[in-house]
Design a protein. Structure first.
Lengths: 159, 175
């Protein structure tokens, strides 16, 4: 009985820890054995620094960056198709957290998932598979994004 | 009967002035059956001393004590305590602390004490910047946003109202 209680307490702590991770962290944890995969991180502190350097009213990017808390970019140089499926499976496993919001016109190589809370988008995940170069790029944004953020992104192709 | 001599002896007894012979006289007097009323209260004292003097160990006292010790010796068995069992109190303490912290955290989030609970959902403290140069970081972010923008424009968003008009480039997310 005591052993079960201890295990339960450990599970609670583990669950809380898992809840505090973004998708990129979970994905990197899953594929930790493959050292060829890199993850670039831009933390909230760096984003704050960038906001001080760039005027939100003059710079189109700055207005988007102002709604972000973190940016993570994962580069997968090898076995990109397999890892694309891994990422998809991980997102599917967390269906209650992430919902897919895109339907590709031409291919299934680009998918966007969102984690929403009420009207706010807390997390955005892009899976971008480049079949020509056999590379996978995963972009993971966290912050307090909204509909305006998505509209600005889709309008600003020339970013 | 005149008990003045006994009373004098008692007075000397309280002052610790009596000899052994005088104390023997006092005990002999209180050993009698008939004692005057004003002296009866002292009988139990001198009678107690007498019975205490007569107290002796029984002949089978040694046997009883030895028998008890022998029984205890056979009842005790050696027990091996593993390393894990030694650390068990530590595990219990850690589990209790983790449980209390978890409950506190859950209570905080459910009651809404943390006003910025959405933003603090992620453990940003553990984030370590890959780039030290802000301009490099800015360029990387720009590239990432461009990629997302291209993806948004290459795909249609899942929205029944948008499917009829695929020429629209402005994306709208279904609530």
């Amino acid at each position: 009985m005591k052993g079960k209680l201890i295990c339960l307490a450990g599970l609670f702590v583990w669950t809380i820890n898992i809840q505090g991770q973004d998708f990129a962290s979970r994905f990197m944890h899953e594929i930790s054995k493959d050292t060829s995969i890199s993850c670039e991180t831009i933390s909230p502190k760096m984003l704050e620094t960038l906001m001080k350097m760039h005027d939100e009213n003059k710079d189109e990017n700055a207005s988007l960056i102002s709604k972000l808390k973190s940016v993570r970019i994962i580069h997968v140089p090898k076995r990109s198709k397999a890892y694309f499926k891994n990422a998809e499976a991980l997102l599917d496993k967390n269906k209650n957290r992430f919902t897919e919001v895109t339907e590709a016109r031409n291919a299934e190589n680009k998918k966007i998932f969102l984690r929403k809370k009420d009207e706010l988008i807390l997390e955005l995940v892009l899976l971008n598979l480049d079949t020509l170069q056999n590379k996978l790029t995963i972009i993971n944004l966290t912050g307090e994004m909204d509909q305006e953020f998505i509209e600005d992104l889709s309008e600003n192709e020339g970013i | 009967m005149d008990y003045k001599y006994i009373e004098q002896l008692l007075e000397r007894f309280w002052n610790c002035e009596t000899t052994l012979e005088e104390e023997a006289i006092i005990r002999a007097f209180f050993a009698q059956k008939e004692i005057p009323a004003h002296l009866k209260r002292f009988k139990s004292l001198f009678h107690y001393e007498q019975t205490l003097k007569e107290a002796r160990l029984s002949d089978d006292f040694d046997k009883k004590v030895l028998a008890q010790t022998e029984e205890k010796e056979t009842a005790v068995k050696a027990r091996r305590i593993t390393f894990a069992q030694r650390l068990m109190p530590l595990y219990k303490s850690a589990a209790i602390i983790a449980f209390v912290l978890t409950l506190g955290n859950a209570a905080q989030k459910s009651v809404g004490f943390d006003a910025d609970s959405q933003a603090s959902d992620y453990n940003y403290e553990s984030y370590q910047d890959t780039y030290k140069d802000p301009e490099v970081a800015y360029n990387q972010i720009s590239s990432a946003l461009k990629m997302i923008s291209e993806s948004l424009n290459d795909s249609t968003l899942r929205d029944s109202t948008q499917q009829t008009d695929r020429s629209k480039t402005t994306a709208r997310i279904q609530p």
